[in-house]
Design a protein around this ligand. Structure first.
Ligand code: ASP
Length: 593
């Protein structure tokens, strides 16, 4: 930094000058953060991307410029010329806090209306207002820093993948709609009446074609589009780090991208990540009730009505006796939870989105005795068996849910995360990475009464499970598919691909495509597979999520320069918007009246 910024307008930035610069004549440019008029002296904090510098105006020595300074409103754009001086009242909170500029000349480069919210780290602006004036929001240091972090992440990603001989290739944005996956955004074609392009949900088929083309290692930091209902961590357009490799197996992909993740943590956050542990999908569901467990803390599920170890049955407690699954977690040191806290937890699990019918608990007292919410049915020796099963020690709190298997696991996952949060076990500055492996190939939809590809239709079954596929045991087929999970967030996912035309055709058949439909939708890929497709595999990372995780935030919105709101609107440009008659006619679109 330094001379780089020396331009026709300025000699230095507002974040640059230090005590060693005292005595220099400098010119700074920036926005008025704040001004204070103390009579004899007027001060202005001048801000640019790089920081804040205090400008000082002395009524005694420079009366005219001081008069001028008094009239400067917030966010005016100024050019200030003056001498760097050591400050009397130093400000240890900012890097330039030892100095100030005694201004001799001031140029107003532009005036500004009073901004609709304060441009401070903690602004008074609500979400909507900030989004409407996003360019002002971006002037605030926290939002700006998110953009800088994102830039750094992208740079380091490119640096790493380039060092591994990946080639960045751009794939088209106007493609063709396919029925599998989420809903497509579509674009009407003027030149092809009645026909529509679709925006890519991911460059999946193109990257596979690039492998057929012999590119060997491809990546792209690429916009993807999915027309889904939105949540805090979803946007209709989002960015992926999309990657594909040839002549590799799952193990090669895991090693390569563990390398990328380690590189990013190291270069961006200065953190060394240990070898990333692995867990099968089956174990993730069994021990955490989720395919993206937060492994910053343990608190694994313990089934209490196992066939081999049923510690709850036969005591006439119907709720447990009739449940498909009775499952516990042990919250360390939480036996002192008050009645009120336990009621809160009960209310939590009973919320409709969680869906449990109640919560049973047992406290292990200091002296090792146990008090439970179902003492009527379970005596001390019975409760001791629970504690043993859960490895519970004095001062621990055992929490139990019961019901149908899937639903209860799902609810327990939520309760576990809630307890993790309450017990302070989910520190945003600590990171736990995890590979989840061996996902099922197919997932049954009750609603559509058919199987869907859990990942996508190009994912290869595990070689040892192909026989199950042919035998029609569709629910038991596992895939060579993998997810990277960090702190309970799925940040990446991929698979080994099918590269054999017949297996791909079989897969389409299983998914309920007729031969013609498969040919219509994916003929280009199946045809390509007839010209020597190499074995290949890949992965894609959700770049926005990765950035928000590195930035220690939940919402990806703050890491996107111009995001959309929950209704998919950009409130700044006011899009989407209606088209006029002429445009609609050109596009051959007649709107329903
Ligand atoms: N295209 C996939 C996705 O968007 C990722 C992959 O399989 O590489 O989830």
């Amino acid at each position: 930094m330094g001379e780089n910024f020396n331009s026709m307008y300025r000699t230095n930035t507002c974040g640059e000058l230090r005590i060693a610069d005292v005595g220099k004549k400098v010119t700074l440019c920036g926005w008025v953060q704040k001004s204070r008029d103390l009579g004899g002296m007027t001060f202005i904090d001048l801000r640019d991307r790089f920081g804040l510098t205090q400008l000082a105006f002395n009524m005694e020595t420079h009366a005219a410029v001081c008069e001028q300074a008094r009239k400067m409103g917030r966010e005016f754009v100024l050019q200030a010329i003056g001498l760097v001086k050591e400050r009397e009242n130093k400000n240890a909170n900012i890097p330039t806090g030892d100095i100030e500029i005694i201004v001799t000349d001031l140029v107003v480069l532009n005036e500004a209306k009073t901004p609709p919210f304060t441009i401070e780290d903690n602004t008074d602006g609500g979400d909507d207002l900030r989004m409407k004036y996003r360019y002002l929001d971006l002037r605030r240091a926290p939002v700006r820093n998110n953009m800088l972090l994102r830039h750094k992440m992208a740079q380091q990603t490119r640096l790493f993948l380039d060092s591994q001989d990946f080639t960045e290739v751009e794939t088209p944005v106007l493609i063709k709609s396919t029925p599998e996956g989420a809903r497509d955004f579509v674009v009407p074609s003027r030149m092809n009446p009645g026909q529509f392009y679709a925006l890519p949900q991911s460059p999946q088929t193109f990257k596979q074609l690039l492998m057929v083309a012999g590119l060997d290692r491809y990546y792209q930091i690429v916009k993807c589009f999915r027309d889904e209902d939105l949540r805090a961590d979803r946007q209709p357009e989002f960015t992926q780090i999309d990657c594909e490799m040839s002549f590799v197996e799952q193990e090669d992909v895991l090693a390569m991208f563990e390398g990328l993740v380690k590189h990013l943590f190291h270069s961006v956050k200065g953190i060394s990540i240990p070898e990333v542990p692995r867990m099968t999908y089956a174990d993730a569901m069994k021990f955490y009730g989720s395919d993206k467990p937060d492994t910053r803390f343990d608190m694994r599920f313990v089934a209490l009505n196992n066939a081999e170890n049923n510690v709850v049955g036969g005591k006439n407690f119907k709720v447990f006796d009739e449940a498909e699954l009775v499952v516990a977690i042990c919250a360390k040191g939480a036996a002192n939870y008050t009645r009120k806290q336990l009621d809160e937890l009960t209310d939590f699990v009973k919320k409709p989105q969680i869906g449990a019918s109640g919560l049973v608990y047992a406290r292990v007292n200091e002296d090792g005795t146990i008090k439970s919410s179902v003492d009527k049915f379970y005596d001390e020796p019975a409760l001791q068996n629970w504690a043993k099963a859960c490895s519970a020690e004095p001062n621990d709190l055992i929490l139990i849910l019961a019901g149908s298997d899937q639903k209860t696991r799902k609810a327990m996952n939520e309760l576990r995360l809630e307890m993790g949060t309450r017990l302070g076990l989910r520190n945003k500055d600590s990171y736990a990475c995890l590979w989840v492996l061996d996902f099922p190939l197919l997932e049954f939809s009750e609603e559509d009464n058919r199987y869907f590809a859990m990942h996508h239709p190009f994912t290869a079954p595990k070689p040892e499970d192909v026989a199950l596929l042919s035998a029609g045991k569709l629910g038991s087929v596992r895939a060579n598919a993998y997810d990277l999970v960090i702190n309970g967030v799925e940040v990446g996912g991929g698979s080994v691909r099918i590269f054999n035309k017949d297996l791909q055709a079989q897969m389409f058949e299983v998914l309920g495509f007729t031969k013609e439909e498969a040919q219509n939708q994916f003929g280009f890929l199946m045809n390509a597979f007839e010209f020597g497709a190499p074995p290949h595999a890949g992965i894609a990372f959700g770049f926005d999520r990765l950035c928000s995780l590195f930035g220690g935030a939940e919402s990806i919105r703050d890491f996107i320069a111009f995001p959309k709101n929950n209704s998919g609107r950009d409130v700044m440009i006011d899009g989407p918007s209606a088209l006029d008659e002429k445009q609609l006619n050109e596009l051959h679109i007649a709107l329903k009246k």
